[in-house]
Every structure is written in structure tokens, then in C-alpha cells.
Design a protein around this ligand. Sequence first.
Ligand SMILES: *Cc1c(COP(=O)(O)O)cnc(C)c1O
Length: 386
Amino acid sequence: MRMDTLLAQVGNRKDPVTGAISFPIHHSTTFAHPSLGQSTGFDYTRTLNPTRKVLEEAIAELEGGCRGFAFASGMAAVSCVFTLFRPGDHLIVSNDLYGGTYRLLEQVFRSYGLEATYIDTSDLNAVEASLLPSTKAVFVETPTNPTMKITDLQELCRFAKRHNILSIVDNTFMTPYLQRPLDWGADLVVHSATKYLGGHNDVLAGLVVARDPELAERLYFLQNSIGAVLGPQDCWLLLRGIKTLALRMERHQENAWRVAQWLSQHPLVEKVYYPGLETHPGYDVQKKQSKGFGGMLSFDVVDERLVEHILSAVRLVTFAESLGGVESLITYPARQTHFDIPEEIRNSLGVTNRLLRFSVGIEHHEDIISDLDHALTVSGSVLERS
Ligand SMILES: *Cc1c(COP(=O)(O)O)cnc(C)c1O
């Protein structure tokens, strides 16, 4: 069955007792044992919950893996994955990545002896050069956040296999509708399902999918031992969101392409980062490995002083952190998502004080563009007067 069909049918035919189309929310924390030594398959909700099970099976199928795991947040999912490693282990990590993942590695896992090298993983030579005898995995985002660099997943996973290390992909920006890293040979996929999978800015959640049963078994042990599982109500919200993913992603990326084109022509915009523009250095690789270019873009304005005026002049687009919901959101990475990355590192990555990140929503594209037009015009004239 095709991806659109799988998505729409998520959770259906999973409850033979009632035939519920929308899978029920099982709030029960514990489940009765028929007799000593017997179980319905469910004992205690941290270990296994019926609603969470349906979600975990769904994401495993959508990503083409053997097993899925649902967590209380994207960071809980990433943390659980990092506990696969031991003191002295080393990871190769995309240098332009979600600020929270950087913070987790540097300010939490480093003190437990996990080492990380941050490099531009779109450059395979740089990946090769950072390999150490203690390297156990490569962790990438593609496209990266927020400068939208593209890593060739096939090449990267071949490299990982050659050196017997794990390849882990944060697939939050693309979702399985547009990109399936396991098909290119990745071992693990992680998601902040808070973003496109949930899609409505109303649920915080994380997901992990494993390709092979042995790794899945270790993850299951860690998920249950650490206990940062997703609650049943939130599992249901996520199942509900996932059903419309195909429609939403199509609209997000159509709008993003139009906004990217429009911004590229604007005199107050210096540079647009969107992998769907043919001028983007990762355009060909993205085209090869994904079904589309997604709904995220970033842009540099010509003058840092424009930023605060733009953020207060937008009326439809909302100035807020996060991404992937139906509403258009604009973010200032230097002060928000990437605040924990030191300024000189940020600047060298292109996450400057002039960079804005835009999560293009599913509103009418003309309304989005006219709001940006208004905000840029107002900001430009304030600057001229000052
Ligand atoms: C938001 C995000 C995370 C963290 O997820 P939370 O659900 O906020 O904990 C991780 N990776 C990426 C790419 C993200 O955008």
C-alpha cells in the first residue's frame, strides 16, 4: 500500500472488540492478570500500553523499520538513543543541528563520558576525517536546522557500515512521507513528533524506529528502564495528527517553494536557504533521496536591525519557537533554538544574527506572502527613518 493510504488508515482495524475506527485511549496504568503466570500481553503501562502500541507499530511501518518507540518528547527519544553508548564512546554529529541535541550532548552526556565531534556531514571527506577508533555512531539531521544542509544518506550509511558504526538520522524535518532514512541503510530514525507528525502544535512527543531486532530489543529495554514514555492521551493526539500528514506535507512544501521564490527576489533578503531552490548546493542529493523539499526554510536579511521590526510587524505569521504545525511560525534561531551554541560557532555555521527560520504553514500562500511583504516593508521604512 502507498504511503498516503497507510497514513490515513493509522489505528484502524486495531480494535477487534469494538471495531473502533479511532483507536481508544487506554488510560489504565495497570492490567489484570487472568491467573498466576498469565498476562493479556499488557501488565503495566510504562512497559506496554495499548494506545502507545498502536502508535509504535504505525511509526515502525511508516519508516520501514522493525519496531517503533514513543517518548514524552523528541529530547527524551534522543536521550534514550544516546544511552545506547558507554563512557569513552565517540559520535560524529552534524554541526548545524537542533540546539537542544547539542546542549544534551555537551551539558549532559559529556559528563557521562560520551564524546562528540561536530562537523559538516554533507561533506563525506570531513566525516571520514573525524573517525576515531572509539567512534560508535554518526548522528545526522538532513536537512539541517536551520541552514538546510543536505547529507547524502546512502553515502553516509555506506560509510557507517564500512566502519561498523551505527547511523542515526533525525528525520523531524522530512517525516517518513518525504524521506525514509532506513531505506538508505540507516540503523535508527528519531523524530520530534511534536513537529510535522503531530502537526497541530498541540502535542509534545518523540519517536524512535529501529531497523534490526537486536538493536530494537536494547532500545525497548532502555525505554522501559528509563521510563520517559508517551502518555496514552498524547499517543492518541499523535495518531490523529498522522492521518493527515500526506495532505499537510504537500501543502507545506508547495507554500514553502512559493515563499522561497518570493523571498529570493526581495531587496531586503540577502540569502534564502531552501533545498527546493535549484541554486541550493544540496538540491540534487535532496531530489535523489527524498520525495520533496519540505516546508522549512531560512533566510538572511540584509541588516541585523531589521530582525526585531520584522518579528513585531508580522500579523498572520506568528513569532514563536517550534515548527511543523499548520500555522506559519517564524523563529529567530540565534536567540531561541540555537541560543545554547556559542556565538562564534553559530556564526561559522551561518546561524548569524541576521538569520530567520520560517516554518511555512498550510494557510493560503498569497496571505502568507502578503504578510511577509507587509512586515519587510514596515521594517525597511523604520530602518530608513532611523
Ligand atoms: C524540536 C526538535 C527536537 C526536540 O524535540 P522536542 O519534541 O522539542 O523535545 C529534536 N530535533 C529536531 C530536529 C527538532 O526540530
